[in-house]
Write a protein that binds this ligand. Structure first.
Ligand code: PMP
Ligand code: GLU
Length: 413
């Protein structure tokens, strides 16, 4: 019998490459292979105790019914207060905040609420694997802005200015960056904000910024994070996306949020609420109290984890720099290094297969050394010459992984 088929949309969408490699590593481990996974971008820490305790209490108190779609007023207010006092985003009340199913679905809903077919999303590439498919699912068009390691994978104000058109709808920025591990300085963000403000006042009136700040608390070398939404010229047209997954080691909880001030921000959040009410109905009710606990009383735990990431960043950089041919900017934030491995293209692995791409490189590394990394292809742009190594794992694993990695590189002929 002929297959009943699938929608064009479902056929076209790519699976998440990061989740796919993480799953492959898990499957190999279940088969007994001693895989060292540097694939998933997720902290190895357990969620801090006060957050877990608040949730257990909430469950025992019977918070098991539906909650308001965009979150309880207490949880939304906690997010608004955090973004006001810490991120200096002006004019935020709880009506400007939507809590949703991880940063990922908050981004998805922002795209759904913002994009009409054919509208353009200005996207610095390489960038996180889910942005382009989400734009595609919303009927938008990605306008990739290529970057290179030499400039820290950052777009310049001139580059942004020349990419803007009357169809520009979103400038999507992710700082610190997954997969690049670099971040924009406050001055660089101000210059980019100025370009957006100018364009919005002239040829691109619908242009807004979507700023994914999920790695804001994982910073190295004394760097500081600035929320682009705190800059007055663009504050009323910046949607800030964040979540608890990375800073609080809560990937499995699925808590994210989006926020935007002003009248337009209120309208946008209401639209996200309508969409969310037809999709997920929001996050589990018994998680709501934990949001306030995380945002208000876990600074010490967050700092302890950030310090551990900083030690890991130093260690992996030192180990990688000892391997000939590794080119990458030093980690500045998030927990990734993104080396260019194209010098090894054309070489052969131990079983004689030629390494012609980052995918071949990552496959051979997994097969020969049981070390999982994400090939850079799906991050776009020059990503096809890179691999992403997530160092959100113990120093012992980093040392063992770097031994395997050095051996792998040494064995290529
Ligand atoms: N943005 C970036 C850049 C990420 O790396 C991630 C991690 N998956 C997310 C958003 C979404 O994370 P989550 O859905 O777990 O909040
Ligand atoms: N953001 C993480 C990563 O890039 C988790 C997986 C995902 O959601 O893509 O590995």
């Amino acid at each position: 019998m002929k297959s009943a088929g699938l929608s064009t949309r479902a056929q076209a969408v790519r699976p998440s490459a990061t989740l796919a490699v993480a799953q492959k590593a898990r499957t190999m481990r279940a088969r007994g292979v001693d895989v060292l996974s540097f694939a998933a971008g997720e902290p190895d820490f357990v969620t801090p105790e006060p957050i877990r305790e608040a949730t257990i209490r909430a469950l025992n108190e019977g918070l098991t019914h539906y909650a308001p779609t965009l979150g309880t007023p207490e949880a939304r207010a906690a997010v608004a207060e955090k973004l006001t006092s810490e991120n200096m985003i002006p004019g935020l009340g709880l009506e400007h905040v939507a809590i949703g199913v991880g940063g990922k679905h908050c981004l998805y809903l922002a795209m759904q609420a913002l994009l009409d077919p054919g509208e353009e999303v200005l996207l610095p590439v390489p960038s996180w694997v889910s942005y382009a498919p989400q734009v595609q699912l919303a009927g938008g068009t990605v306008v990739p802005m290529p970057t290179t390691g030499e400039t820290g994978f950052k777009v310049s104000p001139e580059q942004l200015r020349s990419a803007i058109s009357p169809r520009s709808r979103i400038f999507l920025i992710n700082s610190p960056s997954n997969p690049c591990g670099t971040m924009y300085s406050p001055e660089e963000l101000r210059a980019l904000a100025e370009v957006v403000a100018e364009a919005a006042a002239s040829m691109a009136p619908r242009l807004v910024i979507v700023s994914d700040e999920i790695y804001e608390k994982i910073l190295y070398g004394g760097r500081t994070h600035l929320s682009i939404g705190s800059i007055n010229a663009v504050a009323q047209r910046t949607v800030t996306i964040n979540g608890l997954s990375k800073a609080y080691a809560m990937t499995g909880w699925r808590v994210g949020y989006s926020a935007c001030p002003g009248d337009w921000g209120r309208e946008l959040i209401a639209a996200i609420g309508r969409l969310q009410s037809q999709m997920t109905s929001g996050i589990p009710t018994f998680i709501m109290p934990a949001i306030r606990v995380a945002l208000e009383s876990c600074d010490a735990e967050v700092q302890r984890m950030a310090d551990a990431f900083a030690r890991r960043a130093e260690l992996i950089e030192r180990r990688l720099r000892q391997i000939p041919g590794m080119r990458f900017p030093s980690p500045e934030g998030a927990f990734y290094v993104f080396p260019d491995v194209s010098d090894f293209f054309g070489k052969k692995d131990q079983s004689g297969h030629e390494i012609a791409s980052a995918i071949d490189f990552a496959d051979a590394l997994l097969t020969e050394q049981a070390m999982a990394v994400v090939p850079g292809d799906d991050f776009g742009g020059c990503g096809e010459n890179h691999i992403r190594i997530s160092f959100a794992c113990s120093e012992d694993q980093i040392n063992a992984g770097m031994d395997r990695f050095a051996e792998f590189i040494g064995s290529l002929g």
